[in-house]
Design a protein around this ligand. Structure first.
Ligand SMILES: [Zn+2]
Ligand SMILES: [Zn+2]
Length: 690
């Protein structure tokens, strides 16, 4: 009998690692999947390298425990390789979660359910199925522009280095970044390696998948994202793990694909917030990609037209390398940016709400409709109106469970809370005073769609947002309608601004982007700038269309520095001012943050827990260099009946912050038990939303 350490999916309690010791008749290789007893249950765990000397030292003086035997080792599945385990260990340590929790959570859920025989069957099927496939001839490749060719030469030379540092591919929208990804993947494949390509949105995977499949006929390409069925996800994951998939395309969870022949990692739109996981281990797939590249000594390419300020500053200081694509492929020029000062737009009456679209913008759209060109209007708020109100009293459609309004959805005749999901039919009269004339306040995409149809009679208007695309296949059908040209004006949320290649769009308008200028979150301007640049990038991609393309911005702050930089398409200028502000305020990337969150029935309990956590952290000497902010409510303080509070922890040194978190986090479960009424707590390292 030998002793083995097994990582199991359990949160880490103070003093208890998620690595448990079992005994086994045969020695088991680390990375082997095994079924083990846990209490009265049977769970799936992963055999891990255990430090038995440390375990023995910790147990010294206590009576020896009888070890329970492993129930079954899943020998049909090749063990998870050492670099995959190193990535998981790093993730668990850095994001303050238990090892087993991370290890099991990132595997396909089906693996936990199947026994050795069932897995053996699937592995064999996969291998039999893939054997007959042959590598086809390589497909036609477009000619590279001089700029792309120069970039490729540089990147290929760097990729050949033994341990290449990460590289930022800074390229304006339409500059042909994808072609660079394709060429690098081609080189990796030719060298017998696997390529991992990360994209921010599931919606963008089919499009990219087609492009890669067309370029690499006969090569094995699999996708990994949360919209796959459990069986598909297992099949695709196995294909990667067995080394048979040459290309793996996926969203953030794909960063944990097991890839024995990994040769390249690409992170497209690296600035996109969706790379950050928002529950469980709150990892950043972009940051883990950098770490993974470092572990495997393979090139990591971070692509963006508007890099995150962290990545940009690393490229500026030389920690990352940079390659720039500053020209659009073909003749399509970047759109002319027109700032529309909404303060000068006349209103229907002195106290009337502002018009949805300024008359100049309506005229510009009209001219496009007449020429057979398309316009795209975006507004980051879905529903008809964010709130209903009663002009006779003070009633507003608040959510009874959250500190938020319930949004009026006119088509469905309901009020829905976008935070907790509760909904009810729109009341016939004001619930407080009985007034029959309750009115919508503000504007969402549903209302904008209606108003655009009124302003432009005869124009074909289509709305795309989370509400119109709920049913499977509707987004694809709607996008196809735009491509076929049966749509004149497209109205949507930021969903329509990402990646889609609309050839006939020559006008893009941001209807109401101002709120992000003055948001409490220090990253709001960065996100707004990226969103506007990306939206503008949808315009004028087809060189065949005569006349210039335009981007209109309706704003009450036309003099704002962000818009000045936008007008010149000058990301570097924007980044320089933002970084100077961040530096003087001591914000990332000049400091490192962690956010401790707590949820409780009352705000007092949540705040007391956070303060106690701070006091506990301060008992360690590392806390001397760490700043603790006062507990504050997040932008939506109450959700589904629970009060939420958060405490920001800041330190100039990432290492000191990490050491401190590792010291006091294990004590938080006990602290939670001492604070009755705490429902949940979590630590978010490098938080994105504050
Ligand atoms: Zn009323
Ligand atoms: Zn609610």
């Amino acid at each position: 009998m030998t002793r083995i350490g097994v990582a199991i999916d359990a949160p880490q309690y103070a003093g208890m690692s998620s690595l448990l010791t079992y005994e086994s008749e045969q020695p088991l290789v680390p990375g082997t999947l095994a079924r083990v007893p846990l209490g009265r249950r049977e769970v799936t765990g992963l055999v891990w390298d255990a430090d038995f000397a440390a375990i023995d030292a910790a147990a010294a003086g206590t009576p020896p425990m009888t070890l329970r035997p492993v129930i079954e080792a899943i020998s049909a599945l090749p063990p998870l390789p050492a670099d995959w385990r190193a990535l998981v260990e790093f993730t668990a340590r850095y994001y303050q979660r238990s090892l087993g929790e991370v290890a099991l959570a990132v595997l396909p859920p089906e693996l936990r359910k199947l026994d050795d025989t069932a897995i053996a069957k699937r592995v064999k099927k996969k291998r039999d199925h893939l054997l007959p496939e042959a590598v086809g001839a390589s497909a036609q490749r477009p000619e590279l522009t001089a700029e792309q060719a120069a970039a490729m030469d540089t990147l290929a030379a760097w990729a050949a280095e033994p341990a290449p540092p990460p590289t930022l591919l800074f390229g304006v929208t339409g500059s042909g970044k994808t072609e660079v990804y394709l060429r690098l993947a081609e080189q990796a494949l030719a060298a017998g390696k696997q390529a991992l390509i990360l994209v921010p949105e599931i919606n963008l995977t089919p499009q990219l998948e087609q492009r890669f499949a067309a370029r690499f006929p006969g090569r094995r390409l699999v996708s990994l994202h949360s919209a796959l069925t459990p069986a598909q996800r297992l099949q695709h994951w196995l294909s990667a793990h067995l080394g048979e998939a040459d290309l793996v395309l996926g969203t953030r969870l794909a960063i944990f694909a097991s890839l024995p022949r990994l040769g390249l990692v690409v992170v497209d739109e690296e600035h996109d917030p969706s790379y950050k996981q928002q529950d469980g281990a709150r990892y950043s797939a972009r940051d883990l990609a950098v770490y993974r590249g470092h572990l495997a000594r393979v090139p990591v390419l971070l692509g963006s037209a508007t890099p995150s300020l962290e990545t940009w500053s690393h490229a500026q200081t030389g920690r990352y390398r940079q390659v720039t694509l500053s020209e659009r492929v073909g003749q399509g020029a970047l759109p002319t940016v027109r700032l529309l000062d909404m303060a000068t737009v006349p209103r229907a009456a002195p106290r009337a709400p502002p018009q949805a679209l300024a008359p100049q913008l309506v005229a510009a759209i009209q001219a496009r409709v007449a020429r057979g060109e398309q316009s795209l209007l975006f507004l980051n708020r879905r529903g008809f109106a964010p709130v209903l109100h009663c002009p006779a009293c003070t009633w507003k459609s608040g959510c009874p469970h959250c500190s938020a309004w319930r949004v009026f959805h006119k088509g469905e005749r309901i009020l829905r809370c976008h935070h907790c999901g509760t909904q009810e039919p729109v009341p016939r009269a004001c619930p407080d005073c009985g007034n029959l004339d309750i009115e919508p306040m503000g504007r969402g995409t549903e209302r904008l769609e209606e108003q655009v149809a009124e302003l432009l009679p005869g124009a074909r208007v289509l709305r795309i947002d989370a509400d119109t695309t709920r049913a499977k296949g509707t987004l694809e059908a709607q996008l196809a309608a735009v491509h076929e040209g049966v749509v004149d004006v497209l109205v949507g949320t930021q969903m329509v601004t990402k990646g889609h290649d609309f050839r006939r769009v020559t006008l893009v308008a941001a209807v109401n982007p101002d709120s992000a200028l003055f948001a409490a979150d220090f990253r709001a301007p960065e996100r707004l700038f990226a969103l506007l640049m990306q939206a503008g990038g949808r315009a004028g991609r087809d060189a065949g269309i005569a006349g210039g393309s335009e981007m209109w911005v309706q704003t009450y702050n036309p003099g704002h520095a962000l818009f000045e930089a936008l007008k010149k398409h000058d990301f570097a200028a924007f980044a320089t001012t933002q970084l100077a502000e961040r530096e003087s305020a001591g914000l990332p990337p000049y400091s490192h943050l962690a956010l401790l969150r707590a949820e409780a029935r009352t705000e007092d309990v949540a705040e007391a827990f956070l303060r106690a956590a701070r006091d506990l952290a301060r008992t360690y000497p590392e806390a001397a260099d760490v700043m603790f902010y006062a507990p504050v409510p997040p932008s939506v303080a109450k959700v589904a009946g629970f009060e939420r509070r958060q405490m920001l922890v800041e330190c100039a040194s990432r290492a000191t912050l990490q050491r401190l978190l590792a010291l006091f986090t294990p004590e938080l479960p006990a602290l939670k038990n001492a604070h009755r009424g705490i429902v949940r707590w979590a630590i978010d390292v490098d938080p994105l939303g504050i």
